[in-house]
Design a protein around this ligand. Structure first.
Ligand code: ADP
Ligand code: ADP
Ligand code: MG
Length: 618
């Protein structure tokens, strides 16, 4: 067994590899960019070396610096993780040429599977069913167009060098083909430096089914069953599970054998994933599942396979790279229960999933299930790297149980001020169609309305905010308001600012599951900033420096808590105005006297009308 290992990666995957290496007694060496020097993976490794500035091309993609770090630290082996250099055949060769052990696929297999068109040709030769389409050398727009017409629409144009969901265009009609091709080529050139494309039939009701395979240096290949990664957004995986819902034993056998055949065809060694696309319009059927591509590395979603097989895939990789045979034979592997993984991202579903960068002032992850994470509270989410915060992995006896556990865990996630997709994940995991297994790659688009964040906080959140503010506001100034309503409960009515909107909440004393910390409420994976309404409240106007209080919106005056001539304190509530179910409290901008009062309860006012004028003390 190797004794020391350099990990040419960062964050969550570096920590994941360190965990297993440590258990096996292997010394670990981290490499890191300048901005990553304080991160957990750097601390957790036995040794750590800087390899350059933040941009990946100046650090994590610098083959020379990584090899230099291996030499300096005396590392015996290099694990590339996923992403970065993991599927770079030249790097694999350089590692081997330097006399180091490469914990990855053989360079020849990486090359064979690196380009999607060549990989598919190889698979056709090996007798593996591939997605119907055009793989030819002739890349003229005319030829590609006529091939697309012959395949029949919709078609998918794919960059042959593509990956990570990039360089793909779905085309619905022949008239749209030329423009889609041009735009696909631009993206392929800028992202992969290669503008060649292939064309595939766009499979309807598509499900992404992939098979985990492992080969050893003795020529043995086994599979560790399938994963279903159909829950995607823009061709990128969001929730993955194993096994695949609705997969019967015969279909599983057929697809897993096809995957083993594919791996054997390229003399595969180590961990790999064969990705298939299935036409699930009539359920999963062996004759409607086609090879799509092979990823010659460990996969982000490997934990679901670990959960159902009880195996540690990183350990398998390290043993195989050390020359040991496969830890288990095919007939020793079985599926136990059901596992699901959700990718928690620093992104904002309310703004079309824009990445959310900044400092993780507050980060609390659930403790009820497996979490693979690279970040900790206080870390910075930057634009340099993948915005993944963590992977949440559940395991249960049934699919329902795994989904329930994962949904609950997503609801417990607390992140602030960075935004996350936790609430979105929870709503997805609880969606009746998801629970029924009715999932294909169009699920998120189809159910977008049910999944995006609520624009208004839940009643539980308002209650929690109001209760938190109750002691303060029920004192002095608020008692002044009581006279304006006959309701005996009026003194339990509190004005709160939640998510930069104002609400007048009748406190009902009900128990809620909302958690509060530092002025933020956490509920169902969503985070809401709250506080007492302030004078000159952001975006709503109301107070002004010259002491005139005008109506910030058209509405009805529902309470007036001062009379002409009264002395008022800065911040004291003067008037409550209501419009479109929203209530806003207008406050005194400074200490002074009510010089003019034009508002009375029940008045309808137009935006901009003068309500009160306060004259300062001096
Ligand atoms: P996978 O195919 O392993 O499920 P994706 O398709 O989401 O993963 O990943 C797209 C590319 O980005 C892959 O090359 C993957 O290795 C890489 N990648 C994804 N997430 C991360 C991460 N958190 N850190 C580093 N690389 C990543
Ligand atoms: P990448 O290298 O970016 O992972 P893939 O070829 O694996 O590219 O495709 C990514 C995703 O695009 C798949 O998971 C699937 O959702 C969708 N996709 C790919 N090919 C097809 C197809 N022929 N029909 C329908 N969807 C497809
Ligand atoms: Mg893929």
């Amino acid at each position: 067994m190797i004794e020391s290992l350099l990990i040419a990666n960062r964050g969550e995957i570096a920590r994941r590899i360190i965990r297993t290496a440590r258990r096996l007694g292997i010394r670990t060496i981290a490499v890191h960019s300048d901005v990553d020097s304080g991160m957990a993976f750097v601390r957790e490794a036995d040794e750590a070396l800087p390899i350059g500035p933040a941009p990946a091309r100046d650090s994590y993609l610098r083959q020379d610096r990584i090899l230099e770090a291996a030499r300096k630290s005396g590392a015996q082996a290099i694990h590339p993780g996923y992403g970065f250099l993991s599927e770079n055949a030249k790097f694999a060769e350089a590692v081997i040429a330097a006399g180091l052990v490469w914990v990855g696929a053989p360079p020849a297999a990486i090359r064979a599977m690196g380009l999607k068109n060549a990989a598919k040709q190889r698979m056709i030769a090996a007798g593996v069913p591939v997605t119907p389409g055009y793989l030819g050398e002739d890349q003229s727009p005319e030829r590609l167009q006529s091939e697309a017409d012959a395949i029949g629409y919709p078609v998918l144009i794919k960059a042959v060098a593509g990956g990570g969901g990039k360089g793909m265009r779905r085309v619905e009609r022949t008239e749209d083909f030329a423009a889609a091709l041009a735009s696909c080529r631009r993206e392929a050139t800028s992202s992969f430096g290669d503008d060649r494309v292939l064309i595939e039939k766009y499979i309807l009701s598509p499900r992404h089914i992939e098979v985990q395979v492992f080969g050893d240096t003795k020529g043995n290949v086994v599979h560790l069953f399938e994963r279903d990664c159909s829950l995607q957004r823009r061709h990128q995986k969001v929730i993955e599970e194993a096994p695949a819902p609705g997969m019967d034993a015969a279909t599983r056998e057929a697809i897993c054998q096809a995957a083993v055949k594919a791996a054997r065809a390229v003399e595969y060694v180590g961990a790999g994933t064969i990705e298939f696309i299935a036409d699930a319009s009539e359920g999963l059927r062996a004759d409607r599942i086609w090879f799509m591509e092979m990823n010659t590395r460990l996969q982000v979603e490997h934990p679901v396979t670990e959960a159902i097989t009880g195996q540690d895939l990183v350990e398998w990789q390290l043993r195989i790279a050390s020359g040991e045979p496969l830890p288990l034979q095919q007939d020793q592997l079985e599926i136990h229960g059901w596992a699901m993984e959700a990718r928690l991202y620093a992104e904002n579903p309310a703004t079309g999933f824009l990445p959310s960068i900044g400092r993780l002032d507050h980060l609390r992850l659930p403790e009820t299930l497996r979490i693979d994470s690279g970040v900790e509270q206080g870390d910075e989410i930057t634009a340099y790297y993948d915005p993944m915060l963590a992977k949440l992995i559940s395991h249960g006896a049934s699919r329902q149980e795994a989904a329930r556990k994962l949904g609950e865990a997503a609801g417990q996630v607390e992140v602030w001020p960075v935004r996350s997709n936790a609430g979105f994940l929870g709503r997805t995991l609880r969606h009746p169609d998801f629970l029924a297994g009715a999932v294909d790659t169009g699920f998120i688009d189809r159910h977008a309305e049910d999944l995006v964040p609520p624009s208004e906080p839940a009643e539980a959140v308002l209650q929690a905010a109001a209760t938190a503010l109750l002691p303060k506001q029920s004192q002095d100034v608020w008692t002044a308001l009581t006279g304006f309503r006959l309701n005996a409960e009026i003194d339990r009515q509190v004005a709160v600012d939640v998510g930069k909107r104002l609400y007048l909440v009748q406190v009902n004393g009900a128990q809620t599951t909302v958690r509060m910390e530092n002025g933020v409420l956490f509920h169902d994976g969503e985070a809401w900033e709250f506080g007492a309404p302030r004078a000159g409240h952001a975006g709503h106007g109301g107070g002004s420096s010259d002491g005139t209080i005008i109506a910030p919106m058209p509405g009805i005056i529902i309470a007036v808590s001062v009379a002409q001539g009264d002395l008022v304190k800065r911040g004291q509530p003067l008037i409550v105005i209501e419009a479109m179910k929203m209530e806003q409290v207008l406050h005194a901008p400074f200490d002074g006297k009510v010089a003019e009062l034009r508002a009375s309860q029940g008045n309808q006012v137009v935006e901009g009308s003068l309500l009160v004028r306060i004259e300062g003390d001096g």
